[in-house]
Design a binder for this molecule. Structure first.
Ligand code: SF4
Length: 217
């Protein structure tokens, strides 16, 4: 899982304004708790629709399910009956994606509505799993701004949390260690507060925080 270069975007395209870091962090943490969503300036970007992602659809998303052919769905492993996943084609593209964008945009799944690739530059990592190159390219373009030194410190804490989660992967154990770059970035956001106050928390402290956040989702 590569780290994001600190001295500029990795993409040939120009930088994108990710907005004020601390305001965004408050919004994305609320979205992770299921309280609203962030407003991502996707423009014409369809990187997350073209990056070999399984799209989760929950049983309460009846409007979505009415607009996705049943043949594209299969039971979501490890989740209760009724939770399904939509796969992708041989090019990593969502089967609902057309040349002019999402064909069910007004009815797209919650997973799509809440996806925010700014979690990667926030954590200082880029996704390197197979098929994720389009997201990595787009994510590298975001640049946050900071209203105060405490905002900068907050971002430094998120990056420190991500570095800790990566370096202590084995010590955290298979039940709590992030399995993917996306999980690592989200976990870093969730536990960053203890890194604001402690330069190097213990593995025990981080496990407690991760367990608490997971049970509150
Ligand atoms: S359903 Fe639409 S928004 Fe979601 S991944 Fe597919 S094309 Fe993209």
């Amino acid at each position: 899982m590569p780290e994001l270069a600190a001295d500029g975007p990795l993409s040939a395209d120009g930088p994108l304004s990710a907005g004020d870091f601390s305001s965004w962090l408050a919004e994305v943490l609320a979205a992770i708790r299921g309280e609203g969503a962030t407003d991502v300036a996707c423009g014409s970007c369809v990187a997350c629709c073209s990056s070999a992602q399984f799209v989760h659809i929950a049983p309460d998303e009846q409007d979505v399910l009415a607009h996705v052919p049943e043949a594209l769905l299969f039971p979501a492993p490890g989740l209760p009956r009724g939770h399904v996943l939509m796969g992708y084609d041989e090019h990593g593209r969502c089967p609902m994606l057309r040349t002019d964008g999402c064909s069910i945009y007004e009815h797209r799944p919650r997973t799509c509505r809440t996806y925010d690739c700014r979690v990667f530059p926030a954590a200082g990592v880029l996704p390197d799993e197979p098929g994720k190159a389009p997201i990595a390219t787009q994510a590298a373009r975001w640049e946050f701004t900071y209203a105060s030194s405490s905002d900068s410190a907050e971002h430094a804490a998120v990056r420190a949390a991500a570095a800790f989660l990566r370096s202590r992967h084995d010590a955290l154990g298979p039940d709590l260690a992030p399995a993917t770059t996306t999980q690592l970035a989200v976990a870093a956001l969730e536990v960053h507060r203890i890194f604001v106050h402690q330069h190097e928390p213990s593995v025990h402290d981080v496990r407690v925080e991760l367990s608490s956040r997971r049970s509150n989702r």
